[in-house]
Design a protein around this ligand. Structure first.
Ligand code: F6R
Length: 364
């Protein structure tokens, strides 16, 4: 079943252009250049506040969605880990939409949070990959990802498919709120439709990333930095690395470095910087220079323009295609997944079945 791939994780990373395209097909109408949710009998225009709840990688997809919902629909979003949300006595808005994101649809804390919100009268929307799961059954609004079965314990293709659904949902929401003109909607649809080709372009760097794994494998600690919607990608990159390579890694909002973590920097700590060119690029690069000034070794992931401007003096660089900021989180997921994968392979760990982890966490 792994075909020519050494691990399920690698196979699933490479499936992303196909499964993201497959997922987008049920949320976009390319000819009309419109977004269309599969189940449209719910009127989202009355929703004034969204609560997002998830765990792990699915939570990071939710963090990206918060930027999008707020930017496009101008609707405030609260987001929390399911395990925190459940026990903090959250104040839920009247007529609110509670959005749960889960690959398996069975994660115990997320499911319990869903049931709590349902009992509190919230409308329940779920982004799930397993259509027969508990969460899918209990939802008012089911937003499936079409990633196909994900076998590798570390989530990869489910994450990018979640992002695809959430971007479409944010755009749909914005249209219904009267925040997007038809021309702006058409532009968003066009950018989303570019995602599969851009994912392919990102995957073309697989061998190059494999060749740089030896630079990271000996590290004891690794930092990931990003800003805006790419900050959750830094968290995701760190999670992927720690769960399969067992290297301690942390993701940080680039601007937060100087408030503490910069004290960790020395030659032994590689710092992975996710910085697509765009409005936040200069700011992230200046944080990168602060790291470099302390001897930090940088792996810069950016596009041709960004690398041209800031690539010199880095330990390594990975060139991504130039993409619209909306799809950058999907595209930049690929190099962080591949880097974690190849470092784990270099260390000889069990990539598909990392120690201490289960695919679906059904205990609280
Ligand atoms: C990380 C990973 C986990 C899951 C988390 C939630 O690679 O796979 O962090 O994302 O356990 O699982 P689901 O999405 O099934 O609710």
């Amino acid at each position: 079943e792994k075909g020519n791939y050494r691990h399920f994780m690698l196979k699933e990373i490479f499936e992303q252009p196909t499964v993201v395209a497959q997922t987008l097909r049920s949320y976009l109408r390319p000819l009309e250049q419109q977004v269309a949710l599969p189940q449209i009998d719910f009127d989202i225009s009355g929703v004034d506040r969204v609560t997002i709840v998830a765990c792990g990688t699915s939570y990071y997809a939710g963090m990206v969605a918060k930027y999008w919902f707020e930017q496009f629909a101008r609707v405030p979003v609260d987001i929390d880990f399911a395990s925190e949300f459940r026990y903090r006595q959250p104040v839920l808005p009247e007529g609110g939409l509670a959005l749960f994101i889960s690959q398996s649809g069975e994660t115990a804390d997320t499911l319990a949070a869903l049931r709590h919100c349902k009992a509190e009268g919230q409308t329940i929307a779920v982004v799930v990959n397993v259509p027969t799961s508990s969460m899918a059954r209990e939802a008012d609004l089911l937003l499936p990802t079409h990633a196909g079965p994900e076998i590798g314990v570390a989530s990869t293709k489910a994450f990018t498919c979640q992002l695809a659904v959430l971007a479409a949902l944010a755009a749909h929401f914005a249209v219904k709120k009267g925040r997007l003109s038809p021309a702006e909607e058409a532009e968003i649809v066009a950018h989303l439709l570019e995602a599969p080709a851009c994912l392919n372009a990102a995957l073309a760097h697989d061998e190059e990333i494999a060749a740089m794994a030896h630079l990271i494998a000996p590290a004891r600690d690794v930092l990931y930095l990003g800003r805006g919607p790419d900050f959750p990608l830094a968290l995701e990159g760190a999670l992927k690395l720690k769960e399969i390579s067992y290297i301690h890694a942390e993701g940080y909002a680039a601007g937060e470095m100087k408030h503490g973590p910069i004290a960790l920097i020395d030659e032994a700590v590689p710092v992975i910087v996710l910085a697509p060119s765009g409005p936040l690029f200069e700011k992230t690069v200046s944080n990168m220079q602060e790291v470099r000034a302390r001897g930090g070794k940088i792996v810069l992931i950016s596009d041709a323009e960004g690398l041209e401007e800031a690539g010199e003096g880095c330990l390594a660089t990975i060139e991504m295609p130039s993409v619209h900021p909306l799809i950058a989180p999907l595209v930049y997921a690929v190099p962080v997944q591949l880097l974690a994968y190849h470092v784990a392979v270099a260390k000889g760990t069990d990539v598909d079945q990392p120690r201490n982890l289960a695919k679906s966490v059904t205990v609280e």
